[in-house]
Design a protein around this ligand. Structure first.
Ligand SMILES: [Zn+2]
Length: 86
């Protein structure tokens, strides 16, 4: 019997659209949504230092949690606690 190890995404960097390298980090990222700034804390993302752009990999979709923060007028929200929001 051959065990096929499930391929998981272990990348620690990815290519940014500017041609630079975006490194994986976990931290805060500020989103501008309409007139509001919402800080999403403790979220894993790729970050390009050249153009200061955050890239969200597979499985990381901040849309729902940002919508929650926006609708509840929160200026910051913690990704690690998303299960209690959504
Ligand atoms: Zn870039």
């Amino acid at each position: 019997m051959i065990l096929v190890e499930e391929k998981r995404d272990h990348r620690t960097s990815t290519q940014c659209s500017c041609g630079g390298t975006a490194d994986l980090r976990t931290g805060s990222h500020v989103f501008n949504i309409g007139q509001k700034k919402i800080t999403l804390q403790n979220v894993p993302h790729f970050y390009c230092e050249y153009c200061e752009k955050a890239i969200f990999g597979p499985g990381i979709d901040p849309t729902s949690i940002l919508r929650y923060a926006y609708l509840h007028n929160l200026s910051r929200i913690d990704w690690n606690k998303r299960d209690s929001y959504l």
